[in-house]
Design a protein. Structure first.
Length: 148
């Protein structure tokens, strides 16, 4: 219909109508592209919210394990401090407790609890890291991946 009208205006040499038809087509294409860009941006925000929701759940699940790991590390460190005090202050040898022996055995082990956050893996594998708008969160996610 638009093409038929456009051709009719060209045959009649009605240049104003030809120009108006061209402008209408250009504006229509421009508006269509803007609506598509708006839709894609909206879909990205929804996907970002989905990823953030998933990541929040994974972190909440991992938190008790991380706290337990930190508590165990602190217990080992405190026990090693006690052994050091006993070693420096007492000239007589007293047998170490089982806890102290275990602390000495584990003293060289560097415990680093890293929770399996599969959402970060998925975001990286799909190449959608830029979908996360918060720069500090993206930086933390990169730090997580490098520590893993």
């Amino acid at each position: 219909m638009i093409l038929r009208r456009f051709m009719q205006h060209v045959k009649e040499q009605n240049w104003f109508a030809v120009g108006l038809d061209v402008i209408v087509v250009i504006v229509g294409i421009f508006l269509g592209l803007q609506v598509q860009a708006w839709y894609e941006a909206r879909a990205e925000r929804e996907l970002e919210q989905f990823y953030l929701y998933q990541l929040h759940g994974e972190i909440e699940e991992a938190e008790p394990y991380a706290i337990s790991s930190i508590e165990q590390i602190n217990l080992v460190n405190e026990t090693l401090q006690q052994i050091l005090v006993i070693y420096r202050e007492n000239s007589s040898f007293e047998p170490f407790t089982e806890l102290q022996c275990n602390a000495m055995i584990r003293s060289h082990v560097i415990a680093n609890f890293i929770a399996p956050l599969t959402t970060i893996d998925e975001i990286e594998q799909t190449g959608r890291s830029l979908i996360i708008q918060n720069n500090s969160l993206r930086s933390l996610m990169a730090n997580y991946k490098s520590a893993k």
